[in-house]
Design a protein around this ligand. Structure first.
Ligand code: ADP
Ligand code: GN1
Ligand code: MG
Length: 371
């Protein structure tokens, strides 16, 4: 895990963007696991303020930040046009990057760290848990719609910001390496979790095999569709803006569906320590199926629709593998807020996988209602 930025670096970054007004407040913001996010408040006129999101990008995770920002600039301008054509408000319905003083969409500080700024989208909330089922339905429509809006995006122009991001087979191999190296001597204490993964090697390769056989299409997908990567309007309760566009890349529709389910259809938080609270809520699952298919509006093939439950199981399994790998490697990837945080997160994911295995027939039956 990276260290927090030093105060001087933070101030250097703030001073190097084209912000208006006088800085009146700064606070760490949100619950993302990857970047360092701050909310800045500027007084632009007496009594009038403007809010900005400033982020220090995670250089260990994103090794080519300039390419990543090129993706974001291109994707957001593409979306902005479509949103405007459809009568929407591009200022609120997609991210707006604010340029640095040198005109670039990012600033590199004297320590070599990359910073970027977004207009803060006011009057919205990003939820860490589903508080109202209708919100989850709205999030499904928004993520499905996001994929549909990008269906004619020139995929070949996108940089792969994290190679093999959802290559579950490769994640499985990296995990095996981490067990072998066991750099923190933690493997001995997590034998049960290691066995859980090893017993499901077959599962890890399901989408790899279908892709190799050309049975499932690559699309431009978000790849990180958890509920807190979406802003819901406080008044209308509509999901208005998909955020965290760092991993928009060619990917699988089922994975976008699946990542939302593993996070939002869980009856407990991602890092819940009491595993008896963790299960996959089939009512929420069904609401998401309905919303996602509506949002995709007929774009998915029959095969993709049938594979949605597999997306849920695989994304949950993969996410658990990634948390466990990070735990074994010494917590260098995800931010942690307590000791063994990654292990707790891994355990909820594996509990969810087990629960999905039990509910597998029901999960598939639900899909058949909507196909
Ligand atoms: P990470 O990659 O660390 O998850 P995100 O880009 O998802 O970082 O940002 C972290 C959090 O900051 C989000 O979950 C959301 O709560 C908030 N956030 C990010 N961008 C905006 C924005 N433009 N307007 C309002 N809130 C935002
Ligand atoms: C990370 O960045 P954030 O917190 O929205 C991670 C996702 C994981 C998720 C688990 C770039 O998402 O892949 O599924 O944590 N993002 C990256 O909560 O690795
Ligand atoms: Mg995020």
């Amino acid at each position: 895990m990276e260290k927090e930025p030093a105060k001087e670096q933070f101030l250097e970054a703030v001073g190097n963007f084209q912000f208006r007004g006088i800085l009146r407040g700064t606070q760490p913001y949100g619950n993302g696991h990857i970047n360092d996010t701050y909310l800045l408040t500027f007084e632009i006129d007496p009594g009038a303020t403007e809010k900005i999101i400033l982020q220090r990008m995670n250089r260990q995770v994103f090794t080519r930040p300039a390419e990543l920002m090129e993706n974001i600039m291109n994707v957001t301008s593409f979306l902005r046009k479509k949103i405007a054509e459809q009568g929407g408000d591009p200022e609120r319905e997609t991210l707006n990057v604010l340029p640095a003083r040198n005109g670039l969409p990012y600033f590199v500080d004297s320590a070599g760290e990359y910073w970027r700024a977004y207009r803060y989208i006011t009057g919205t909330t990003s939820f860490d848990r589903v508080e109202r089922p209708e919100d989850f339905y709205e999030s499904a429509v928004a993520f499905g719609n996001f994929q549909r809006l990008l269906s004619d995006y020139p995929a070949a122009t996108l940089h792969e910001t994290i190679p093999g991001f959802h290559d579950t087979e490769a994640r499985f191999r990296t995990f095996q390496e981490a067990v072998k190296k066991d750099v923190r001597s933690r493997a001995g204490s997590v034998q049960k979790e290691i066995e859980f993964v090893l017993a499901r090697e077959e599962l890890a390769g399901v989408f790899n095999r279908l892709q190799a056989a050309d049975e499932i299409p690559l699309r431009v997908t978000h790849n990180d569709t958890k509920l807190n990567n979406l802003l819901i309007d406080n008044k209308t309760r509509k999901a208005i803006c998909v955020i965290d566009l760092d991993t928009v890349m060619p990917g699988l529709a089922m994975n976008d569906f699946g990542d939302s389910i593993r996070f939002g259809a869980s009856t407990a938080a991602e890092d819940e320590q009491d595993l008896s609270k963790v299960s996959c809520d089939l009512t929420l699952y069904e609401m998401y199926v309905k919303g996602f298919l509506e949002g995709c509006a007929g774009q998915l093939t029959h095969q993709e629709i049938l594979l949605l439950p597999m997306g849920a199981k695989l994304m949950t399994f993969e996410c658990g593998i990634r948390f466990l790998t990070d735990y074994l490697e010494g917590d260098h990837y995800y931010k942690i807020r307590r000791e063994h945080h990654n292990l707790d997160r891994c355990r909820t994911q594996f509990r969810l996988v087990e629960d999905m295995e039990k509910k597998w027939d029901a999960m598939n039956l639900i899909i058949r209602k909507y196909q």
